[in-house]
Design a protein around this ligand. Structure first.
Ligand SMILES: C[S@@+](CC[C@H](N)C(=O)[O-])C[C@H]1O[C@@H](n2cnc3c(N)ncnc32)[C@H](O)[C@@H]1O
Length: 213
C-alpha cells in the first residue's frame, strides 16, 4: 500500500471531515518531529507513516463489533498507536496505558495539542492500572499473547473484545496461549501486510475458571 493509497483507504472507510484530517496530519507531524527525541517507530517506516502506522491502526476499528461505543483501552501505547488514531477517528473514550516517562509525556502532549477530549493517559504499568470494564482492549507490539492477557485481565469483562495485531506469529502465539486461556478466538489478516495477522478474542478467561464478571 502506498502513502496515497493509505489516504484514499482512510477517506473511503471513515468519515473524515476537514478537522479530523487536520488532526491526523498533526499527529503524523508530531510523531515524526518526536523521532528526533526518542525512538517511537522503526526508522525504516518514517517515509511510510500513513500506510504502516495510521492505516495499520485504523483497520482495527473495522474489526470492532462494539458499535463504536464504550471504553477502548490500549496497552503499551508508546507512540500512540493505535490509540491516538482511534481517538481521532471516533468519539468514544480511549485510555492509553504506557509505563515509560518520556512516552507518557509525549502522549499527554498529543492529547493536549490535538484537543482530544475523549483520550486519557494512565502513566504506569498495565499490571497496576485500576480495574476497569473495557469494551475493547488493543495492544500493538506490547507483549506475547499469554503475558498480554495475564497483565490486562483486570481491565476486561467477559464481554470485552480483544483486538491484537500480532505480526507474523499470530497463529503460533495463539496455539501457545490456548493451554492457559479459554475464549472465542479467531485470526484476521492485516490489510497493510498480508503476512501479518490480528487476533480477535471474546469471552477470555483463564482456563478452568468460571463466573467472570
Ligand atoms: C514496542 S512498543 C509499541 C508501542 C505502540 N503500541 C506501537 O505500536 O508503536 C511497546 C510499548 O509498551 C510499553 N510497555 C511494555 N510493557 C509495559 C507494561 N507492563 N505496562 C505499560 N507499558 C508497557 C513500552 O514502554 C513501549 O512503549
Amino acid at each position: 500500500m502506498t502513502e496515497d493509497e493509505a489516504k484514499t483507504w482512510l477517506k473511503a472507510n471513515f468519515d473524515v471531515p476537514r478537522e479530523t484530517w487536520a488532526r491526523l496530519d498533526g499527529y503524523v507531524q508530531m510523531l515524526l518531529a518526536e523521532m528526533d527525541q526518542q525512538n517511537l517507530i522503526a526508522e525504516s517506516t518514517r517515509e511510510h507513516v500513513w500506510s504502516r502506522h495510521i492505516v495499520d491502526s485504523a483497520q482495527l476499528m473495522k474489526l470492532d463489533g462494539t458499535a463504536n461505543e464504550g471504553l477502548w483501552i490500549d496497552l503499551g501505547s508508546g507512540a500512540g498507536l493505535p490509540a491516538i488514531v482511534v481517538a481521532i477517528l471516533s468519539e468514544r473514550p480511549v485510555l492509553m496505558i504506557e509505563s515509560r516517562r518520556k512516552r507518557i509525556d509525549f502522549l499527554n502532549r498529543l492529547v493536549g495539542e490535538l484537543s482530544l477530549n475523549n483520550a486519557d493517559v494512565y502513566g504506569g504499568r498495565v499490571e497496576s492500572a485500576p480495574a476497569s470494564e473495557a469494551a475493547v482492549i488493543s495492544a500493538r507490539a506490547y507483549a506475547p499473547l499469554d503475558r498480554l492477557l495475564s497483565s490486562a485481565l483486570h481491565l476486561s469483562t467477559d464481554k470485552s473484545l480483544w483486538i491484537l495485531p500480532k505480526g507474523r506469529n499470530a497463529q503460533i502465539e495463539l496455539e501457545a496461549a490456548r493451554s492457559s486461556w479459554q475464549g472465542v478466538f479467531h485470526v484476521e489478516r492485516s490489510i497493510t501486510d498480508p503476512e501479518s495477522a490480528i487476533i480477535i478474542a471474546r469471552s477470555v478467561a483463564p482456563r478452568g475458571k468460571k463466573g467472570r464478571k
